[in-house]
Ligand binder design. Structure first.
Ligand SMILES: [Zn+2]
Length: 56
């Protein structure tokens, strides 16, 4: 299994991109792209969902 270690753009913690995942594919196409770790992805998703519900 191929992995790349990158730094999360939000929490600045290193995490692994695993071969076959969507982020890995994006990394292969554009290594300059900054990625967020799964923890931050979940937090952002939860925050945006909260934002959607809090609107109105
Ligand atoms: Zn993170």
């Amino acid at each position: 299994m191929i992995t790349y270690e990158v730094t999360c753009r939000f929490c600045q913690q290193p995490f692994l991109l695993v071969e076959g995942t969507a982020k890995y594919m994006r990394y292969k196409k554009n290594r300059a792209e900054k990625f967020s770790c799964d923890d931050c992805d979940r937090r952002i998703e939860a925050d945006s969902r909260k934002y959607l519900f809090d609107r109105d």
